[in-house]
Design a protein around this ligand. Structure first.
Ligand SMILES: Cc1cc2nc3c(=O)[nH]c(=O)nc-3n(C[C@H](O)[C@H](O)[C@H](O)COP(=O)(O)O)c2cc1C
Length: 371
């Protein structure tokens, strides 16, 4: 059983900017490809999925939502740009609020991680051009025609960059109109902002070379991946870069900084025994709340809070397979195993059919959390 004194702080309240939570087990953003097509509209399946995963006073960060058709990067990922999408999101947000939960929307510009069949024919954009990125046969994206290598991309013109920021601005307005509690800017995992941040992908010589500008308030979180290598990312000095980013974000008074540990590569844990290094480093320079993510188990989540490494912990894969994850952790119950094969399929199977603990009848499907 979970050591309850260790667990106390994981289940103590925390104020993240304007949002007051009753506990610190956060649902990490998870792309699950179940929006209605055509139109990338959140529908009944998504409503059921998010409702299932809502806990009283708990925070959900939505799956990555696309800013516009032209910036789409994944078949089945929902959008944040059409009226029908906003109506769909509203229903979900209302259901989360009705169960006492909170939900931030994650906004996502995939940059070069895209395919012209997803964008209405538009060529993907990035900070600089790197043909190796689209030529590598091991890099695949879910498209309307199955898994495909990304399309060739081009570098954003300097004059276009303001337009991208405007797209973010419009999407934030839509997030607000759908009733979300806040917004998370995805600046990690090798997507557009990360492509601008790191010099492995940013070879620009203009003022956008190697640096970004951000905007924020107490309903904005930012997600970064310090020293992460997922999605072909590299920087010549990742520690200095991300210390600089974390320090630079201090002046915005963010709701939180969300850090993915480098022991993760996408959804694979690549360094089992590595402690939460990136979170500890950021703690030294970032003055606000930190949500740590990546490879946490119930016991290591409790320990990270107890030791003061982070203020909250987000979990991804365990939320896929445990709709009642906060309760299971709080009560030291076994956790159900997830099925990777249905992460990115398009139906109810592997999405809304993971049982709540009380209805779990087959103990053979359960893995006991290492507590
Ligand atoms: C199926 C799946 C989809 C994901 N989609 C997103 C996403 O939309 N946005 C994001 O920032 N991270 C995404 N991630 C990464 C997770 O948020 C998280 O960083 C990762 O799963 C590590 O946390 P964990 O060890 O608790 O699973 C995804 C991960 C998985 C498994």
């Amino acid at each position: 059983m979970m050591n309850t004194s260790k667990n106390n702080r994981l289940f103590s309240p925390i104020q993240l900017g304007a949002t007051g939570l009753k506990h610190r087990v956060v649902m990490a953003p998870l792309t699950r490809s179940r929006s209605l097509q055509p139109g990338s509209i959140p529908g009944d399946l998504m409503l059921e999925y998010y409702t299932q995963r809502t806990s009283d006073g708990g925070l959900i960060i939505s799956e990555a939502a696309q800013l516009s058709l032209g910036t789409s990067g994944w078949q089945g990922a929902p959008g944040m740009y059409s009226d029908a999408q906003i109506d769909g999101w509203k229903t979900i947000v209302d259901a989360v609020h009705a169960k006492g939960g909170y939900i931030f929307a994650q906004l996502w510009h995939p940059g070069r991680f895209s395919h012209a069949s997803l964008t209405g024919g538009a060529m993907p954009v990035s900070a600089s051009v790197d043909p190796e990125y689209w030529q590598n046969p091991s890099r695949l994206i879910s498209t309307p025609n199955g898994w495909m290598q990304p399309s060739p991309h081009r570098a954003l013109e300097k004059s276009e960059i303001l337009g991208v920021l405007e797209e973010y601005g419009k999407a934030v307005k839509r997030v607000r109109s759908a009733g979300f509690d806040g917004v998370e800017v995805h600046a990690g995992n090798g997507y557009l902002i990360d492509q601008f941040l790191q010099d492995g992908s940013n070879k620009r010589t203009d003022e956008y070379g190697g640096s970004i500008d951000a905007w924020a308030n107490d309903r904005v979180g930012v997600r970064i991946t310090p020293s992460g290598t997922f999605n072909a990312m590299a920087d010549s000095d990742p520690e200095a870069l991300h210390a600089h980013v974390a320090e630079g974000l201090n002046r915005f008074g963010l709701a939180y900084l969300h850090i993915i540990e480098p022991r993760m590569s996408g959804y694979l844990l690549i360094k089992e025994d590595q402690p939460p290094l990136a979170t500890r480093r950021a703690r030294q320079v970032f003055k606000g709340n930190i949500i740590a993510n990546g490879g946490f188990e119930p016991d290591s989540a409790a320990a990270a809070i107890e030791q003061g490494d982070a203020d909250a912990i987000s979990l991804g894969r365990y939320f896929v397979s445990n709709p009642d994850l906060p309760r299971r952790i709080r009560e030291g119950l076994p956790l159900a195993a997830y099925d990777r094969d249905t992460f990115y399929t398009f139906e109810a199977k592997g999405y809304i059919d993971y049982p709540f603990y009380n209805s779990a009848v087959d103990a053979g499907d359960l893995v006991t959390a290492r507590v």
